[in-house]
Design a protein around this ligand. Structure first.
Ligand SMILES: [Zn+2]
Length: 252
C-alpha cells in the first residue's frame, strides 16, 4: 500500500469514471459507515466517487452551504474524484422511478466496479430507502434496452452494504488500522454536525468525541472478526470468490 497518495484536489461536482462509488442518504453517511475503506482504497490508487442523496437539510446543525463545504473537505481526505448531491429531500428518500433513473444515469457515467451504500436494516427510514433505491439503480444501469440519455449500460460487479448504527458481522471486512487517523479525519471534516452535545450524554445527542469513540468501538468489534485492531464490515450482494484458500484466508 502506498503511503504517499496524490494530494487531493477538491472533488468535481459532475460524475466521472471511478472504481468505487459510495452512496449515502445524508452528507457524512459514507464517512460514518466506510471512511476508512475510502481512505485505504485512495491509498491503493483507486478512484472514488460519492453521491449524497439529500442535503440533510432537516438536520438542526449547520447551514446547507456549510455542510456542502464540509462534505467536499471530507472527500479531499480520500481523494474523491467527484461528489454530487441528488437533493431528493431529507426524510423523503424513496425509490421512485425518477430517482432510480437519476442514480442509474450517474452509475452509467461513473462506471464503478464496486458500489457501496446503506444496509437494508438500518434504523433511519432514509437509509432503508437508500438501500432499495441503490439496489434498483444498479439493476437499471445494467439494462441494455433502458434509455437514460447518458452512457452505455453498465454492470456493477458487486454492491456492498455498510452499517452506520450498529456493528455487524459482515461478508467482507476491510482492515483500516493503518489509515485510522485519516479515517477519523473524514468525520472531523463535518465539524458542524458534531458540535458539543446539547443534551446530556444519555439522551442520544453526542459531541464529536462520542461519535469518534462509537465508530472506534464498532471498528474494534468488527476488527476482532478478522484479527486486526480496526475494521469496517460490509454485507455483499454476491458470493466473494477466492482463488486460493491458503493465501486468501491463511495469510495472517
Ligand atoms: Zn444518514
Amino acid at each position: 500500500m502506498s503511503t504517499d497518495p496524490t494530494p487531493a484536489a477538491s472533488p468535481a461536482d459532475m460524475p466521472q469514471p471511478v472504481d468505487l462509488l459510495a452512496i449515502g442518504a445524508h452528507p457524512d453517511d459514507v464517512e460514518y459507515g466506510m471512511g476508512g475503506t475510502l481512505v485505504r482504497h485512495h491509498h491503493l490508487g483507486y478512484r472514488i466517487g460519492v453521491v449524497d442523496l439529500t442535503r440533510g437539510e432537516l438536520g438542526s446543525k449547520g447551514t446547507p452551504e456549510l455542510r456542502r463545504q464540509e462534505a467536499a473537505a471530507a472527500a479531499q481526505v480520500y481523494g474523491g474524484a467527484f461528489r454530487v448531491c441528488l437533493d431528493l429531500g431529507d426524510n423523503r428518500v424513496a425509490a421512485t422511478e425518477a430517482a432510480v433513473h437519476r442514480l442509474a444515469a450517474i452509475i452509467r457515467v461513473s462506471r464503478p466496479r464496486i458500489v457501496a451504500s446503506h444496509l437494508a436494516e438500518e434504523r433511519h427510514p432514509d437509509h432503508r430507502a437508500a438501500h432499495e433505491l441503490v439496489r434498483r439503480a444498479v439493476f437499471a444501469a445494467a439494462l441494455r434496452n433502458l434509455d437514460l440519455d447518458v452512457g452505455d449500460h453498465h454492470i456493477v460487479a458487486a454492491t456492498l452494504g455498510f452499517p452506520t448504527d450498529r456493528a455487524i458481522g459482515g461478508d467482507v471486512h476491510i482492515d483500516v488500522t493503518e489509515v485510522w487517523e485519516a479515517r477519523l479525519a473524514t468525520m472531523q471534516a463535518f465539524a458542524s454536525q458534531f458540535e458539543a452535545p446539547t443534551l446530556p450524554i444519555d439522551q442520544r445527542l453526542y459531541g464529536i468525541d462520542d461519535h469518534l469513540a462509537l465508530v472506534a468501538a464498532r471498528a474494534r468489534v468488527q476488527g476482532q472478526a478478522i484479527g486486526v485492531r480496526y475494521a469496517e464490515a460490509f454485507r455483499c450482494d454476491r458470493g466473494v470468490a477466492l482463488d486460493d484458500l491458503v493465501a486468501g484466508l491463511g495469510g495472517g
